[in-house]
Design a protein around this ligand. Structure first.
Ligand SMILES: CSC[C@H]1O[C@@H](n2cnc3c(O)ncnc32)[C@H](O)[C@@H]1O
Ligand SMILES: [Zn+2]
Length: 430
C-alpha cells in the first residue's frame, strides 16, 4: 500500500530546531519512502494535507491501558489510599475480557488523540496484546510484578510467557519488557532475580520510581536509602535498559546516580498533579543528559490519555516550579512526547521522527480551527494550543487507523456498549 500526503506542513522532530516546511510525504508499505516538495508518484491513497500539519505520532511512555474502565471512579485521594482502597479491589474484579475491552477503550482514545505507540504495564497482558494486534497500534507490553503476595512466582512465569509469545508479534509492532512494579512492592531478593533475568535475556525493565513522599519515607525506614539508591544498590542500572515512571522525589544525588543510565524517565505530569504527588525535577535531569519522555499513566489517575495535555502540563510545571518561563520550551516538550519517549521504549531506530527509512507512524493535525490560527509559530501551536481532538488522521506502520476522525480498526458503538456494562460491574458490583 502506498500513501501520498500532499502539501502538508512537515515537522520531522529530527533536529533540535527544525523549521517546519510545506511538502509531501510518501509512505510505501510500513515505511516512510520520501519526504520532499512536489513528490510525483502513483499511490493507492492520496491525502490532501493543505491546512494540516504532519508530525511523528506521539509516544506514551507509561500507561495502564485497562484503567480507562476506572476513569472518574475515584478522585481526590492520595496515591496509596487510591491504590489500596479503590484500584486494587476493582482490579480483583476484572476478568480477562474486561481487560481486553478496557485496553481497547484506551486505544480508541489514543488513536483519536494522535498516540501511535505506548508502554503498558498491567495484568492479563495476553488480552492487551490481542487488542494491540487488532487496533494496529505499536506497544511495549509488560506484566506488572508485585512481590508482596504469595504468587509472585506465577506472575514471573506469566511475564516470561508474554515475552516468549508476543515479542516481535503483530507485524513487529509489539515489544516486551519486565515490570517489577516499584521499590515498595519489590523486596531485594525478587527484585535482584528480575534484574538478573532482564540482563540474561537482554530485556528492558519498566518500573515505577519515587512517585510520592510516602514511598521515600517507607524505603528510608526499611532500607535506610532513597528509592533511587535502592535500585542502584540492587544492580538495576549496571547493564539494563530501564524505563522509570515518575521519578518525582529525587534529591540531587539521586539525579546524579541516574546520569548515564540506559533508558530514562517517563514524566507523567497530569497524574502527578491530580494525585498531588509533586513536580519531577525534569530540567535538572535534562541538564545532566538523562532521557526524559512523557506518559499519561492510567486513566484512573490521569483522567484522560491525551498526550497533548501532558505536553502542556510538562512545560507549565517546569516554568512555574522555577519561576522561569524559559524552562521547557515548546520544541523540547514536543521532543519529550516523540523522539525521547521512543528512546525509552527502545524503538528510536524505528519511530519517533519523520525520516526516510523509519516506520510510517505519522499524524495529521487539522489547523483550520480558531485556536490554531494564525500560524506564527507552528511548533508553539502544536505544543501549547493543540489538543487531541485536532488530530485528523493517525497512521501506524503505514496503515491508516483514523481518517477524517473516523476510526477504521475499532467499532466504537460495540466498544461503548461493552465498557458501559463491564465498568458498572467492576466498580459497583452490578
Ligand atoms: C501490577 S500491574 C500495575 C499496577 O500498577 C497500578 N498503578 C496504576 N497507576 C499507578 C501509579 O501511579 N502508581 C503506582 N501504581 C499504579 C495499577 O493499579 C496496577 O495494579
Ligand atoms: Zn503507573
Amino acid at each position: 500500500m502506498k500513501i501520498l500526503i500532499k502539501n502538508v506542513w512537515i515537522l520531522t522532530m529530527k533536529e533540535q530546531d527544525q523549521i517546519p516546511f510545506v511538502g509531501d510525504i510518501l509512505i510505501d508499505g510500513d515505511q516512510i519512502k520520501e519526504i520532499a516538495e512536489g513528490i510525483i508518484s502513483p499511490a493507492d491513497e492520496i491525502i490532501e494535507g493543505k491546512g494540516m500539519a504532519a508530525m511523528p505520532g506521539l509516544i506514551n511512555a507509561h500507561q495502564h491501558t485497562p484503567m480507562s474502565l476506572l476513569r472518574g471512579f475515584s478522585d481526590d485521594l492520595k496515591l496509596m489510599n487510591w491504590l489500596e482502597t479503590k484500584m486494587l479491589p476493582a482490579e480483583e474484579r476484572m476478568t480477562p475480557e474486561d481487560i481486553y475491552w478496557g485496553a481497547k477503550l484506551s486505544m480508541a482514545e489514543m488513536i483519536r488523540s494522535g498516540t501511535t505507540a505506548f508502554a503498558d504495564m498491567y495484568i492479563h497482558m495476553n488480552e492487551i496484546a490481542n487488542a494491540v494486534q487488532e487496533t494496529g497500534l505499536r506497544a511495549s507490553l509488560t506484566r506488572g510484578l508485585v512481590f508482596m503476595e504469595a504468587d509472585g512466582g506465577r506472575r514471573i512465569s506469566e511475564a516470561l510467557d508474554l515475552i516468549d509469545r508476543w515479542s516481535g508479534g503483530a507485524e513487529s509492532r509489539i515489544t516486551t519488557m519486565l515490570g517489577p512494579h516499584s521499590p515498595y512492592l519489590c523486596p531485594p531478593e525478587p527484585l535482584r532475580e528480575v534484574i538478573e533475568l532482564a540482563e540474561k535475556r537482554a530485556i528492558s525493565v519498566h518500573m515505577h520510581l519515587a512517585e510520592t513522599v510516602e514511598e521515600v519515607v517507607q524505603i528510608r525506614n526499611n532500607y535506610n536509602m532513597t528509592p533511587t539508591e535502592y535500585l542502584v544498590h540492587n544492580g538495576m542500572f549496571e547493564r539494563n535498559h530501564v524505563l522509570l515512571a515518575h521519578a518525582v522525589h529525587l534529591n540531587r544525588r539521586d539525579v546524579m546516580l541516574l546520569q548515564g543510565m540506559r533508558g530514562g524517565v517517563s514524566h507523567n505530569p497530569v497524574s502527578n498533579l491530580k494525585l498531588g504527588c509533586g513536580i519531577a525535577p525534569v530540567t535538572e535531569m535534562l541538564e545532566l543528559g538523562i532521557t526524559v519522555g512523557l506518559g499519561t499513566d492510567g486513566a484512573g489517575s490521569a483522567a484522560t490519555v491525551d498526550m497533548y495535555e501532558e505536553i502542556k502540563a510538562a512545560a507549565w510545571l517546569q516554568k512555574v516550579d522555577y519561576g522561569d518561563p524559559a524552562r521547557l520550551p515548546a520544541h523540547q516538550a514536543l521532543r519529550m512526547a516523540t523522539v525521547e519517549s521512543a528512546k525509552l521504549l527502545n524503538i528510536s531506530h524505528e519511530t519517533g521522527t519523520l525520516e526516510v527509512g523509519k516506520k510510517a507512524d505519522v499524524i495529521l493535525i487539522d489547523l483550520n480551527k480558531p485556536h490554531l490560527q494564525p500560524i506564527h509559530n507552528l511548533i508553539s501551536l502544536l505544543a501549547f494550543s493543540a489538543n487531541g481532538g485536532d488530530v485528523d488522521t493517525t497512521i501506524v506502520n503505514g496503515k491508516i487507523l483514523m481518517r477524517n476522525r473516523q476510526l477504521l480498526t475499532i467499532d466504537e458503538e460495540e466498544l461503548f456498549r461493552e465498557v458501559t456494562e463491564r465498568s458498572k460491574r467492576i466498580v459497583h458490583g452490578i
